[in-house]
Design a binder for this molecule. Sequence first.
Ligand SMILES: NC(=O)c1ccc[n+]([C@@H]2O[C@H](COP(=O)([O-])OP(=O)(O)OC[C@H]3O[C@@H](n4cnc5c(N)ncnc54)[C@H](O)[C@@H]3O)[C@@H](O)[C@H]2O)c1
Length: 374
Amino acid sequence: MNIGIIGCGNISDTYFNSQQIFNNINIIGCSDILEGLADSKAEKYQIKSYSVEGLLKNKDIDIILNLTIPNVHKDVTIKSLENGKHCFSEKPLAINFKDGLEIQKISQEKNLIVGCAPDTFLGAAGQKARSIIENQEIGKIVLGTFNIMSHGMEDWHPNPDFFFKPGAGPVFDLGVYYLTQLINLNGPIKSVQSISGTALKERTITSKPRFGEKIIVETPTSLLGTLNFQNESKIQFFCSWDIWKHTHTNMELYGLEGSMIIPDPNFFSGDILLSNKDSEWNIIKNDDMLLGTPNTIDNNGSKIANYRGIGLSDMIDSILRNQKPRCSIDLSIHVLETMEAIIKSAETNHQIILKTKPEKPQYFNETDISKLKF
Ligand SMILES: NC(=O)c1ccc[n+]([C@@H]2O[C@H](COP(=O)([O-])OP(=O)(O)OC[C@H]3O[C@@H](n4cnc5c(N)ncnc54)[C@H](O)[C@@H]3O)[C@@H](O)[C@H]2O)c1
């Protein structure tokens, strides 16, 4: 299947490079509203650049890879479907639940597949943690926490405005990884209760090239609350871009038989800590698994595993085998409904009961992964 990219910004190189990792990702064209940008990526990766309209009309393209900014995702995904193409979108699926449902309806009417990032939960840490839970090593999960705490994005991204607009903020931008991982591990969420705050109404960009420019903040930068899962477990969350330093872990799950500490779900691997009742922590490594082996160097010079693109690769394979992709629209709509509920619960001071209830995505074993990897 041939892929065309819409949106040639910061994340696009990761997807172009995923063609070297997965054997079924074949990008043949790219476009951006900034045509010069699409031209330079096309030249770098020796493909053709198109206008957005030209790419959508191209008969050789089967799948649109939507790498635009969040408030454009819905429009580009729906245009892909209207032009007879499947679509894999970067997260979030859309900036509100209603738009997500509209995408789902059109995808069903057209009999075309929509998949959505994040795909990091398919990584070694996510799948290893899932097998530990399903082997009952910590027993029935009853409680948990997750924490996203930093001072924001305006110090590294060249165009950080979208992080502070509706459709981003710490829940929509990063919480999306944590919520997707939690649904992978613990099943769907039943209800949400939260409070929010915004420490600064205006942020100053300290990255280049827009150093010193101001961004008006239009979405809360701190959200705290509780998720009540369908299995009756309660998970407390703290998502904030108003914090310089802290000592919390990313994610912890507490079961009747033990506890587990799970690494940052924005990454594909990382040590899991496991304890049976009150025993010492046992370190569970996963960097020898197919989607955990370090394959790149991060900005700090550390070797890390980055297998972004596996969700797209799995979706292509699923289309060919007439199966449901793991990064399915049902999963991403549930995550979207949860994220919107977190914002709305804080605005209205009410608990919000969720309507969607997807199944857990299918476990990804090493045999199935090996079929997609070079
Ligand atoms: N940058 C990252 O590390 C990262 C990581 C994971 C996910 N993401 C997600 O990927 C998406 C893109 O992020 P990014 O960092 O690459 O942003 P970016 O701003 O660098 O790139 C987005 C590109 O989309 C283009 N664009 C905007 N509207 C368009 C339209 N209507 N038609 C065609 N092109 C359009 C812009 O010109 C820009 O080049 C976001 O949803 C983000 O949440 C980014």
